[in-house]
Ligand binder design. Structure first.
Ligand code: FES
Length: 83
């Protein structure tokens, strides 16, 4: 989320500033990367149920994805809306 907002990527609103309270940082993770991300927490899981756009099996909240060197090249797609 921070990488997107600090580089002017439209489509990531991050209204709560990354505090796992808004779901406006919803992204779809490319399937080839799903297994390399840390497991989803219960708060993230619950928030995704209320995301504005369709929730998919690849949905995550980008504020809950901590970028590490292992995630270099991570492919994410944006939903059609965040609110
Ligand atoms: S920025 Fe609000 S849940 Fe991610």
């Amino acid at each position: 989320m921070l990488a997107a907002t600090s580089h002017g990527i439209d489509g990531i609103l991050a209204e709560c500033g990354g505090n796992a309270m808004c779901a406006t940082c919803h992204v779809y993770v490319d399937e080839s990367w799903l297994g390399r991300l840390p497991a989803m927490g219960s708060e993230e899981d619950a928030l995704l149920d209320g995301a504005a756009a369709e929730r998919r099996p690849t949905s995550r909240l980008s504020c809950q994805i901590k970028l590490t060197p292992d995630l270099d090249g991570l492919v994410l797609r944006l939903p059609d809306r965040q609110v």
